[in-house]
Ligand binder design. Sequence first.
Ligand code: BYC
Length: 335
Amino acid sequence: MAAAKLQPVPTAGNEAPAPERSAEDIAGQAYFDRIIAEDSRIEPKDWMPAAYRKTLVRQISQHAHSEIIGMQPEANWITRAPSLKRKAILMAKVQDEAGHGLYLYSAAETLGTPRDVLNQQLLDGKAKYSSIFNYPARSWADMGAIGWLVDGAAIANQVPLCRASYGPYGRAMVRICKEESFHQRQGFEILLELSHGTPEQKQMAQDAVDRFYAPALMMFGPPDDDSPNSKQSMAWNIKRFSNDELRQRFVGMIVEQAKVLGLTLPDPELRFDEETGQWIHMELDWQEFKDVIAGRGPCNAQRMARRREAHEDGTWVREAARAYAEKQLKKVGAA
Ligand code: BYC
């Protein structure tokens, strides 16, 4: 039997000495700590810890990818919208999502990672995007459920991000949240109309809510004790509330709205807790959540195939834009 190799045990004596920090880094860290303690904003040219930059690029780019992939379930329904007015509204909403993706990629770029790189990570299947967009949109009522529940969950999650410590992210979120509010209302209104329509239409609305309720609650991320990034992100004032706190708050909001809709939330354990003054929801299927973010959800393969196809289709646009930019540069150079 081969002798087991002895691993060196780090002790105070043989630890590698910590790399020396430059005076600039020390001053930068002090500035950063003060800004965070004062709850002010870090801007792109400010010194920031490498881990803070990395966390922001991760979260902002995942968010941008979610907006772009999130266009697909609704875009599928544009040609099948029940009226010209509904079609126009849905088209505007899907275009808004593209805009959100662009603001967010721009915010991520201010941290030094080019958009091409972020996009390639998505195309290579290395980047995450929100679990919710791996569920199918089966009926017109799903446009209502997506607007009401998915955009509703997005607002509950994203309003606190308007106060994120990184300036470009917080500012992008302000505009996104305004547009998300319109999205949520249009979804609510679709469901309201269906739930006051024929018994079949009401059933279609209920069926959509039944399918989107649990996946919408999962949008807030894993439970707090299984959320590796929350603690640090909250200490840096990127996240202001934990995943569970926001999920709880969202459930409290939709309980009353469901009553107005005349629809029921598919949650046998839903109850109001007098002591905490909060609505308690059922335990979610976290195995399903893990499967979906690992690429094994109902529509992951379809969503990624469509995204890659759209990227290919857009090659000529990128080439034309590049050629135009080069021409403009030459003109400036010649002047
Ligand atoms: N789906 O430590 P945790 C929209 C990942 S777009 C997939 O709690 P964090 C809309 C998480 O990334 C909605 N993955 O992470 C668009 C992490 O993985 P990594 C998108 C998820 O970052 C079109 C790991 O699980 N909204 O509204 O502290 C039409 C551990 O989680 C999910 C945003 O992106 C998930 N649901 O908290 C309509 C908002 N949850 O990176 C609507 C901005 C977690 O360590 N993002 N993961 O490999 C956030 O607020 C936070 O990133 C999250 C997660 C609350 C989502």
